[in-house]
Write a new protein. Structure first.
Length: 101
């Protein structure tokens, strides 16, 4: 993991050549998942760290980066999906992020 002043970033291997990341805020315990390509490794990592993901942040909507979104949204109904303009994941309420957000 990479520990920064306000958060820790945990890499989560989801395929032989792909990673998702958990960003956990030290003060609040809020967790964001970046590019959940598969749900099982992300859910296991969250369980091991004792965190509940609140946000999914997608760098882009290719399957190897968003393949776990459906199941994560089912497992964690409070989760919000954030993505770039035009990168919405169909069937999920998403928040578009633009430059400077």
């Amino acid at each position: 993991p990479t520990r920064l002043s306000t958060c820790t970033i945990w890499p989560v291997p989801v395929a032989s050549d792909n990673y998702s990341y958990l960003i956990v805020d030290h003060a609040t315990g809020i967790c964001a998942v970046v590019d959940p390509g598969a749900h099982v490794p992300v859910i296991l990592a969250c369980f091991q760290l004792g965190v509940v993901p609140r946000y999914i942040i997608l760098t882009h909507a290719h399957h190897d980066h968003c393949g776990g979104v459906d199941e994560l949204c089912r497992q964690y109904p409070i989760i919000e999906v954030w993505c770039g303009p035009g990168e919405k994941v169909f069937g999920h309420k998403t928040q578009e992020l633009n430059d400077q957000d």
